[in-house]
Design a protein around this ligand. Structure first.
Ligand SMILES: Cc1ncc(C[n+]2csc(CCOP(=O)(O)OP(=O)(O)O)c2C)c(N)n1
Length: 687
């Protein structure tokens, strides 16, 4: 009862209820903020951990989301909120896909059931969502730098907040993380890093660092507690007991390794006797104290270790081992699937069955096509930056592993690596989501385009990634690519055209980019033999029906998946007496000047439709061309406005909200014709 506090503490009521399980059955129902986590006893916290896992499993069964990573950090997040005080202290999460538990504990649990849904919580940390989210993310590798910036700012202003950076083992496949580590030692004395090591990126983690971490945790010297940590534990109330528990936890830790199914021994690094348990050469040489590895599911040990870290007067990284998917059998068995999953059956973990005859996913069309192309062309190789399933590269990995490279979460490296291969006569195919390719923009400019190297970029998720939101929408690539010389940029209207474009790309001696959307394709048949497309040539899907007659002429240029929308809008307009042409531009660079100019001059109104930001996008390119050619026909541009687009349950909801619909297209065309000036000028022209 000593934790009860004074009479005005609202938590008094809570504690009374805690002792009376019949009044309220779950601790999670009573926890409304980090201050409540601090009031619970260890057994209560452990029970709370179980309740949190249940909520994660049941809510994500409906909504989908990052189940595995969040199940793995339940104890860690509880321990963090037990020891530190957000929002004053800062938690910076790498990628921040693992913040669901943090959201549940920071006053957002009532909105948790709608996570990743329209109007619900975002699936990542978001500064606008809560004062407890001090830094937003969605892309990997940013946390160490951001946290170090906060620590430097704190030191400058002379305050004493703790900055805690939580990063996964896969963050150490990313270059920015090392840039930050390189700077920590001489920038600040107070910095707490938590390396959450579960052996997995989305797929199995790759590379030498992953092997190094394995060596660290299999080092037979790991169970040597550092002297200062021992004396810290001794100084705690019941310190000797805490010390015994810590040693005991270490003994149990071997079991934890087996349980997680971790690492073979061999090639051990010698212990140097410094810091914590292993041979933490990398961290220590970079001037960062290393402590670990410790069992990341051992709540008391985590709490003691974090309390120790809080007292440290030098930067420290605590290496914890966790199990991705802990508490849900299917997620442990299939870590890649449950890293980020769609809805599933709560009992079995099975995904909802795909409807019979459902169109294939674009990513699979890309992966399967690449395998076929590789079988015929020895110069082709496939490169992914830690996304074998999401990009469909797994098909190549399975069929031709010697032609496949997973370079880790390292988009810049992937692009320059591809450039290097291209200089040696290879034709690399780099599959990187549109949003993640932004990371490698300088490499696209300096290494690929400037040297005019024949690398093919397959950019999945070009358009919306509705459940994920602004960090993941791919709405900017046309703008960032079309200003670079030597670029060939294409957008297929369906999966058959994607295959044609990949085939065409393999025949080019220039950097080639193909952007296509997330998810299911259009469901059209794919030809046996792909077609070689003429570079820079649009496809006229439908021409005007009348030649010079007195009918309002509308030319709709529908880029990629929005060509369907253009066709539907044309149908509706034609039913209302308009004469419509529909063009599939195919190339955003080089733009088909002839076709655009022809329809630009023949039509009364032009409509461009694109799944991209309006600013700098395809419609802008058309306006630039018209300006050069002296085409003055009004242009209605349908696309995404100049703002970051939020997340939502479905893409259609967002399209509706922002006017990327047939109805809005038709309404805008009609409104344009209603403008007196146009009517008069055209009538005079016809007369
Ligand atoms: C720049 C960038 N590339 C790719 C991704 C896709 N991605 C999201 S999470 C993730 C793996 C993260 O692994 P880790 O940091 O070890 O965390 P874990 O999920 O294992 O807890 C990847 C590759 C991303 N978010 N950002």
């Amino acid at each position: 009862m000593s934790r009860v506090g004074h009479a005005f503490n609202p938590f008094n009521q809570l504690l009374i209820q805690l002792m009376e399980p019949t009044i309220m059955s779950r601790y999670l129902d009573m926890v409304d903020g980090p201050e409540h986590v601090k009031k619970l006893t260890l057994p209560q916290l452990q029970e709370l951990a179980g309740e949190i896992r249940q909520d994660l499993i049941s809510v994500l069964a409906r909504n989908g989301g990052h189940l595995g990573p969040n199940l793995g950090v339940v104890e860690l997040t509880l321990a963090l909120h037990r020891v530190f005080n957000t929002p004053k202290d800062r938690f910076v999460w790498d990628v921040s896909h693992q913040v669901y538990v943090h959201k549940l504990l920071t006053g957002r649990k009532n909105r948790f059931s709608a996570i990743r849904q329209t109007g619900g919580l975002n699936g990542f940390a978001l500064r606008t969502e809560s004062e407890h989210d001090c830094y937003g993310a969605g892309h990997a590798g940013t946390a160490l730098s951001a946290a170090l910036g906060m620590a430097a700012a704190r030191d400058k202003r002379g305050t004493n907040e703790n900055v805690v950076c939580i990063f996964g083992d896969a963050a150490l496949t990313n270059g920015i993380s090392y840039e930050a580590l390189n700077n920590i030692g001489h920038t600040t004395k107070k910095f707490i890093g938590i390396l959450n090591d579960n052996e997995w990126s989305i797929a199995k983690n790759v590379g030498a660092i992953s092997n190094y971490l394995n060596k660290l945790i299999t080092n037979p010297h790991y169970n040597k507690l550092s002297r200062d940590f021992q004396s810290f534990l001794r100084r705690l109330p019941k310190g000797e007991l805490a010390l015994k528990l810590a040693h005991k936890a270490e003994e149990g830790f071997k079991g934890a390794i087996t349980e997680v199914g971790l690492r073979q021994t061999g090639n051990l690094v010698d212990a140097d006797g410094r810091g914590g348990y292993g041979s933490p050469i990398i961290f220590e040489e970079l001037g960062v104290r290393y402590l670990g590895p410790i069992n990341g599911h051992d709540l008391p040990l985590l709490i003691s270790t974090l309390e120790f870290a809080r007292t440290c007067d030098h930067p420290i990284v605590i290496h914890i081992l966790t199990q991705k998917g802990k508490g849900f059998e299917a997620a442990i068995k299939f870590p890649e699937k449950f890293h980020g999953t769609g809805p599933y059956d709560m009992k079995t973990g099975d995904s909802l069955p795909a409807k019979a005859g459902a169109p294939p996913m674009y990513q699979d069309v890309m992966g399967q096509t690449l395998v076929k192309l590789c079988q015929k062309d020895n110069t082709l190789v496939g490169i992914t930056a830690a996304m074998p399933s999401g990009t469909g590269m797994k098909h190549l990995e399975k069929a031709m592993p010697d032609r496949y490279y997973d370079v880790g979460i390292a988009e810049e490296h992937a692009v320059i690596f591809a450039a290097g291969m291209a200089t040696m006569g290879f034709h690399p195919v780099c599959a990187i989501y549109s949003t993640f390719l932004q990371r490698a923009y300088d490499c696209l400019h300096h290494d690929i385009c400037l040297q005019n190297l024949p690398v093919i970029f397959c950019m999945d998720r070009a358009g919306l990634s509705a459940n994920d939101g602004p960090t993941h929408h791919g709405l900017f690539d046309i703008a960032y690519l079309r200003c670079l010389p030597n670029v060939i940029a294409m957008t297929p209207k369906d999966e058959d055209e994607l295959v044609d474009m990949m085939f065409t790309a393999t025949h080019q001696n220039h950097p080639t980019f193909i952007r296509y959307p997330r998810g299911a394709a259009e469901g059209v048949p794919i030809k046996e033999q792909p077609k070689l497309l003429e570079v820079g040539k649009a496809e006229v899907v439908q021409n005007f029906s009348s030649n010079g007659a007195v009918r309002h002429k509308v030319a709709l240029f529908g880029l990629g998946p929005l060509n369907t929308l253009a066709r539907k809008a044309a149908e509706q307009l034609m039913a209302e007496g308009f004469d419509c042409a529909v063009v599939n531009p195919r190339f955003t660079k080089p733009l088909d000047a002839g076709t655009h100019e022809f329809f630009g001059k023949a039509a009364d109104v032009i409509v461009t439709l694109e799944d991209h930001a309006l600013m700098g996008g395809y419609g802008s390119a058309v306006l630039e061309l018209f300006s050069e050619k002296g085409v003055t026909t009004p242009v209605i541009r349908i696309g995404w406005p100049d703002q970051f687009i939020e997340h939502a349950t479905t893409q259609d909801e967002l399209r509706k909200k922002y006017g990327l619909t047939v109805e809005n297209t038709v309404a805008k065309v009609k409104a344009q014709f209603d403008e007196a000036g146009l009517k008069v000028s055209r009538l005079i022209e016809v007369a």
